[in-house]
Design a protein around this ligand. Structure first.
Ligand SMILES: Nc1ncnc2c1ncn2[C@@H]1O[C@H](COP(=O)(O)OP(=O)(O)OP(=O)(O)O)[C@@H](O)[C@H]1O
Ligand SMILES: [Mg+2]
Length: 380
């Protein structure tokens, strides 16, 4: 398996002058505004790349900070929990640990801020609090402006863009919204001849890179992602072992520990209660089937992006497929995708990024440092 390291963000500024056919240069070609003096800009502006994810939010900032948190927020439920925990909110792992005393929110679903459901106001507030928390994690100085590039699913709607801007406006001065797989590719300096796939919790985002800013037809968003794998796994286990007692959280923890599509990885055994008694149960077959369920939709979407591309370059694209996001950690996934592509698309070569947690945030930061002034949307 080949891997790519995310480049250090310190040289991000110099990389924008790399080649004439980079997306940054394609964009900068239309730039009529005078660029800021880099040093002056550095002191007064904190650039933040944010991967605002369904399950986890990561930030990478121009002051060198790298932080991530689960995208989960808890508000104390009543007077007793406030006495115990303070006014809150609590975030990430801490919120999850104290969840019995908290009203819990996971404000993103399928990669976008939840809307049109039961508790829109609660989710909008939780999204705002999550973005504020993520910006705090980036440690801006009080005198600094915050310029944030926020990653969203490839096919983000105008409504979702607006929801993100609303969530960000109290703590961010200027913003660019970028597609997640594009941010991953940009961070790795892979700007052409590649297909990038970001496998998250809520969405799988595919993006075709061909030396310019990707257009809508270069991108596909699928909703069968990590959360959906958890659901398939839970349903299979429930069907095959009706006596087992387990929660959604136990299923995702088991997946994150054992996820594989390789038969050679050995048996997967969990110890979960049956009638209150811890009992060993083999869930190997269920794990393989659940993890494999994401292969055909991804391969089909890949096929579409390849088939609709210039015929002379199709094999180059097929041969350079890059996997990122937490879901890319399913063992053997790259090989399974390559095998499926060989069978159905006449060949394929798949590699996995080395640092899936920060690949999106690193790329978003790099976009922020490279983009000229007129690409920023002023919020404050
Ligand atoms: N070791 C692992 N094996 C398999 N899956 C994993 C592993 N670690 C994390 N995941 C899964 O990866 C997903 C989270 O990935 P990531 O953090 O990239 O998503 P996200 O950015 O929060 O979601 P989205 O991009 O859809 O908004 C979850 O479904 C999680 O269960
Ligand atoms: Mg993501």
């Amino acid at each position: 398996m080949t891997t790519h390291d995310a480049p250090p963000t310190n040289d991000a500024r110099t990389s924008s002058s790399g080649g004439p056919d980079t997306p940054a240069d394609a964009v900068a070609a239309g730039n009529t505004g005078a660029p800021l003096d880099p040093r002056q800009e550095e002191q007064s502006i904190l650039y933040v790349g944010m991967d605002l994810g369904t399950s986890r939010t990561a930030v990478a900032a121009s002051n060198g900070t790298r932080e991530d948190t689960f995208s989960t927020i808890g508000y104390p439920k009543d007077v007793v929990s406030r006495k115990l925990l303070g006014d809150g909110p609590l975030f990430g792992a801490e919120a999850m640990a104290k969840r019995l005393s908290l009203s819990m929110y996971r404000p993103l679903e399928k990669g976008v801020i939840k809307a049109g459901g039961e508790d829109d106001d609660g989710n909008a507030k939780a999204a705002r609090d999550l973005v504020q928390h993520a910006i705090r994690l980036a440690k801006p100085r009080p005198d600094q402006l915050v310029y944030a590039v926020i990653g969203t699913p490839a096919e983000a709607s105008i409504k979702n863009r607006k929801a993100i801007l609303d969530a960000a406006k109290e703590v961010v001065d200027s913003v660019i919204i970028a597609s997640e797989p594009f941010a991953v590719a940009y961070g790795l300096d892979i700007l052409t001849d590649a297909l990038v796939i970001d496998i998250g919790a809520g969405t799988v985002d595919l993006c075709r890179m061909h030396g310019t800013m990707p257009e809508p037809e270069d991108q596909i968003t699928l909703s069968h992602a990590g959360d959906a794998v958890d659901k398939v796994l839970a349903d299979l286990i429930r069907k095959n072992h009706p006596e087992l007692q387990f929660s959604e959280r136990m299923v995702s923890a088991a997946k994150e520990q054992y996820a594989t599509v390789r038969k050679s990885d050995g048996n997967i055994v969990v110890t979960w209660p049956v009638n209150g008694k811890p009992t060993e149960v083999d869930i190997t077959a269920e794990m393989h089937e659940a993890c494999h369920s994401i292969v055909p939709p991804i391969a089909d979407a890949l096929g579409k992006l390849v088939a609709s591309f210039d015929p002379e370059f199709q094999s180059v694209l097929r041969g350079n497929v890059l996997l990122g996001g937490g879901g890319s950690r399913i063992r053997g996934l790259g090989d399974a995708l390559a095998a499926y592509m060989t069978e159905h698309l006449g060949g394929g070569n798949v590699t996995t990024v080395e640092e899936p947690v920060y690949a999106g945030a690193n790329g978003a930061l790099k976009i922020g440092r490279d983009m000229p002034a007129e690409y920023w949307e002023q919020l404050a």
